[in-house]
Structure formats: C-alpha cells, structure tokens
Design a protein around this ligand. Structure first.
Ligand SMILES: [Zn+2]
Length: 179
C-alpha cells in the first residue's frame, strides 16, 4: 500500500488541504494502521509542543540557580587560590632545592646540624626566635649565618603563603554564607 501523499498531508496543516484531499486522507486513514499510528504520534508531538512554553519553572528555581552560581564562583576562586598556591609553592620549592644543592656542595655536616638545630629553636616562640637569631648573629661564621637565615626565610615564606591561601578561602566562604 502506498502511503503517499497521505504521509505528507498528515504532517501538514489540515486546513491547507482541499475538501477532496481531506476526504481521501480520511479514507486512507480508515484503511491504513501505519498512517493512523503516524497521525496519533504527530498529534501527541504537537500537543507537547504547544504545552511546552506554558510550563513555568518549578518553585525556588531562581534561588537554586543563584545558589548554583555562587557555588561555581567559590569553586572558581578556590581553583584560583590553588593555582597561586602551586605557583608560589613551586617557586619556594625551587629556591629551597637550589639552596639545598648550594649547601650540599659548599658546607660541612657540622654547619648543617648547627643550622637545623638553630632553626628548630627558632620555632619555639617569637622571643626565642629573636634571641636565637641574635645569638646566631654573634656566634656563627658568616656562611653558617647565611644558611640559617635562608632556611628561616624559606620556611617563613611557605608559612605566609599557606596563611594567605587560607585567608582567601575563608573570605570566599564567608561571602557565600552572607548571601
Ligand atoms: Zn498509509
């Protein structure tokens, strides 16, 4: 059985067909289950298409949308903070590695031990730090002095970077809570 031109007519606006065409189509539909199925499907699709613009967003949609935006912004800020942290961290690591290589070739084990001991003593407290730094100034040879200062500066730098990243993270978190 040939389904043309009835298939084409089915998908067209019925009003554009002539009276005779409409009758022919009706007769074909009575005999042809394929075209009846096609017509039913097409009706369904048209109904859905007409209904679609009427569907309003679910309640709370804009609130959820804004929350999603804020979340994305925080994620982006956190990623940014990580990028900065990694950049600074790797620079600090490179400086530290350079220092390690330098110290390995140009210092003795005794100087190393002395430096590490001094460094550990500097972490006890601020007063202790000042005191040991002053004693370092007075007791150590110029090179060992450099060694100590470099270790201290390196560790302090890493600590400051961590502190800074934490501050950024906390600020963005507070910003979201206040929303
Ligand atoms: Zn047919």
């Amino acid at each position: 059985m040939s389904h043309q031109p009835f298939e084409t007519w089915l998908l067209e606006d019925r009003r554009s067909l002539s009276e005779e065409e409409q009758q022919n189509l009706q007769q074909h539909l009575e005999r042809c289950s394929d075209c009846r199925r096609l017509e039913a499907k097409w009706q369904e699709v048209r109904l859905e298409m007409r209904a679609a613009p009427m569907v309003a967003p679910r309640p709370g949609f804009s609130r959820r949308f804004q929350a999603g935006m804020a979340e994305r912004r925080v994620r982006e800020q956190r990623r940014q903070a990580w990028r900065v942290f990694i950049a600074f961290g790797s620079s600090a690591a490179a400086v530290f590695a350079g220092f390690m290589i330098y110290a390995f070739f140009f210092s003795t084990t005794a100087e190393w031990v002395q430096s590490v001991v001094t460094l550990l003593s500097t972490t006890v407290g601020a007063a202790e730090t000042t005191r040991s730094l002053v004693s370092t100034w007075m007791q150590f040879t110029p090179f060992s002095l450099n060694l100590t200062v470099w270790i201290t500066v390196g560790v302090t730098f890493c600590f400051l970077v961590l502190l800074w990243v934490f501050a950024i993270w906390r600020t963005s978190l507070v910003g979201v809570i206040n929303k």
